[in-house]
Design a protein around this ligand. Structure first.
Ligand SMILES: Cc1cc2nc3c(=O)[nH]c(=O)nc-3n(C[C@H](O)[C@H](O)[C@H](O)COP(=O)(O)O)c2cc1C
Length: 196
């Protein structure tokens, strides 16, 4: 791969790669999301990449979860996607902002009812006495919202990572993999090839 094979805007290149991945890779949207406490203790988990556009990369979660707490205290994150079948990896780093309620509500409306009930029932990242505590909470929420729409919880919503750097990686059997790193400058994206 030559640098000029890739779009000068890494978000455009990422969207094209993601499209290809969705056509050939199961769970192509699964993305490792790394956050950290303000004193620099990292944590990582998989979330689903729900949208990518010029504004950034969007995912949804419980704002009172561990990642939610870390993002409140230290609103920066790194993400990584890997598509084995395509021999490609994407990394991005940047500041993270909360989506406004209207944007979260728009996505919430597309979620199946059972997922919405589960979001209300699960105090994500808190200790449970057992699975029963969770299934009881689901039953209580089903009762609470019986016969009505399940509203967006005040503790749940989207985040947008605004990439300041992006790296696109391509596998080569000879181990001389291609790495193209982009950095956002005031004048636009700058790119450089990195040693594998
Ligand atoms: C394939 C996959 C997709 C996931 N998608 C999400 C997601 O979009 N949002 C979310 O909050 N958790 C998602 N999870 C669960 C997270 O990995 C994690 O367990 C949860 O968010 C709690 O993380 P935390 O305690 O670090 O906040 C997903 C897990 C897997 C394996």
């Amino acid at each position: 791969m030559e640098e000029h094979d890739l779009d000068p805007d890494p978000i455009v290149a990422l969207i094209a790669w993601l499209e290809e991945a969705r056509g050939s890779v199961p769970q192509a949207d699964a993305m490792a999301l790394a956050t950290a406490t303000p004193d620099g203790r990292p944590s990582v988990r998989i979330v689903l990449l729900r949208a990518v556009d010029g504004h950034g990369l969007t995912f949804f979660t419980n704002r009172e979860s561990r990642k939610g707490d870390e993002l409140r205290a230290n609103p920066r994150a790194a993400v990584c996607l890997h598509w084995w079948e395509l021999g490609r990896q994407v990394r991005a780093e940047g500041a993270v902002e909360e989506l406004i309620a209207e944007e979260s509500a728009e996505y919430w409306a597309t979620r199946p009812r059972a997922s919405r009930i589960a979001a209300w029932a699960s105090r994500q990242s808190q200790a449970l006495t057992g699975r029963e505590e969770l299934t009881d909470a689901v039953a209580r929420m089903e009762e609470r919202f019986a016969g009505q729409e399940v509203p967006l919880p005040p503790f749940w919503g989207g985040y947008r990572l605004r990439p300041e750097s992006v790296e696109l990686w391509t596998h080569h059997d000879d181990r001389l993999h291609d790495r193209v790193a982009y950095v956002r400058r005031a004048s636009g994206w700058e790119r450089v090839r990195l040693a594998p």
